[in-house]
Design a protein around this ligand. Structure first.
Ligand SMILES: *Cc1c(COP(=O)(O)O)cnc(C)c1O
Length: 399
């Protein structure tokens, strides 16, 4: 059986007519960039993400770039972030002439380690102008500790929530727990609607969520070349606008997003029992991703979005050979990410240097993403686990 890493056709089939009607409507409206459809979608995303405002932009990358521009990050500045992320996290920093400072990640969550952030900020380097925690694979970084240390040292936070729309973090509130969504903690939350994200468009798109109305207004100006009023430029912005057709499509899909998150969590639970049954955990051949807030959630599937599993990423022995084996057997897997950001050539050739990041290097060497999209059948999940077990059996590591 062929199991793709991602297949969007199953998601599209039941909403095809609804989306076609929206595409036709936007086409006939002849309003193609920003406008009422984008405003409506911005309001809906902001409400969903527990944020005050939403600014629709052209991609997740441009969301990061625009947010950093709004904070005034520029040449000579530094931005503290995770090296274990998609390139855009660092690309947005470098494109502004700033340089990255990396904190290592936590072993369990793959997210930036708040204690390392504290250690770095304690040196009081005035060049550090922002912190970008990445909510990797669909699970929030430790936002309570990160926001506390950021406030203490007066450094603004830009959340890279590109993989984590809807993901909740458990905030301790007078002994009770309040689940608060990614993108509502920092000065800005950056989202991507790249087709492979949990909320994916039919093209590129992104959103910045913001708590402060004045900052949202600034980002709105930067999104349109910095013109305010139009054709009068006190600041340099860019063309970071979102298309109406994407906003209309995404607004339809947003209504289904909670169900899709549940579908991914359901598949994650099935994986857990299948891997267990196959003896792969016990033998230490595979480590499954840890949902670090799971214990605080009421229901593992239908409850709060403690994890939205944009990716289901395992650690595996003989990772590279396993990947090749699975791909040969038509099972779609991928390595996110084989080269951490602090080892990228474009950074190293600037003469950049930084301390060792052992957990980041380890993750890059050991991890493998498995298919997790909601429409996978149980047979497909069984096929993935059986394929992994077969690899270890053939190599004499499993009986
Ligand atoms: C996808 C992604 C981005 C970039 O989003 P685009 O819409 O593709 O530009 C940024 N950061 C992370 C962590 C991502 O996964």
């Amino acid at each position: 059986m062929r199991v793709p890493l991602l297949d969007l056709r199953g998601q599209l089939a039941p909403i095809r007519e609804e989306i076609l009607a929206e595409i036709t409507r936007v086409m006939d409206s002849s309003m193609y960039i920003l406008g009422p459809d984008v405003v409506k979608f911005e309001e809906n995303v902001a409400a969903y993400c527990h944020a005050r405002r939403g600014i629709g932009v052209s991609s997740g990358t441009d969301a990061l770039l625009c947010a950093l521009m709004g904070l005034g990050v520029g040449p000579g500045d530094k931005v503290l972030t995770s090296s274990y992320s998609f390139f855009a996290t660092m690309g947005s920093i470098l494109r502004l002439g700033a340089t990255p400072v990396f904190a290592d990640i936590e072993r369990d969550s793959f997210n930036i380690d708040a204690a390392e952030i504290r250690a770095i900020l304690s040196d009081k380097d005035p060049a550090i102008k922002a912190i970008i925690p990445v909510h990797l694979y669909g699970q929030c970084a430790a936002m309570d500790e990160i926001m506390a240390v950021a406030r203490e040292f007066g450094v603004p936070v830009v959340e890279d929530a590109a993989q984590a729309i809807g993901a909740c973090f458990p905030v301790q509130d007078d002994g009770a727990i309040r689940w608060q969504r990614a993108g509502s903690f920092g000065a800005a939350g950056c989202f991507s609607f790249f087709p492979s994200k949990n909320l994916g468009g039919m093209g590129d798109g992104g959103m910045i969520t913001v708590q402060d109305a004045a900052f949202a207004d600034e980002l709105d100006v930067i999104r349109g070349h910095g013109g305010k009023p139009k054709y009068y430029h006190a600041v340099v912005g860019g063309n970071f606008r979102l298309d109406a057709i994407q906003a209309a499509i995404l607004d339809v899909k947003l209504r289904y997003l909670p169900d899709w998150h549940q579908g991914r969590r359901h598949n994650a639970r099935i994986y857990h029992s299948l891997f267990e049954q196959a003896g792969l955990i016990e033998k230490g051949l595979v480590q499954l991703p840890k949902a670090v807030y799971y214990e605080l959630a009421d229901d593992p599937v239908r409850g709060v979005d403690y994890h939205i599993y944009n990716q289901f990423v395992i650690r595996a022995r003989e990772r590279d050979a396993l990947r090749d084996y699975l791909l040969r057997h038509d099972i779609g897997v991928e390595i996110y990410y084989p080269v951490p950001l602090h080892r990228q050539e474009c950074l190293l050739k600037t003469g950049w240097q930084g301390p060792a990041l052992p957990e980041t290097d380890k993750a890059a060497a050991e991890t493998l993403a498995l298919p997790i999209f909601p429409e996978l059948s149980r047979q497909m999940l069984e096929c993935v686990v059986e394929g992994i077990a077969a690899f270890y059996r053939e190599n004499g590591m499993l009986s």
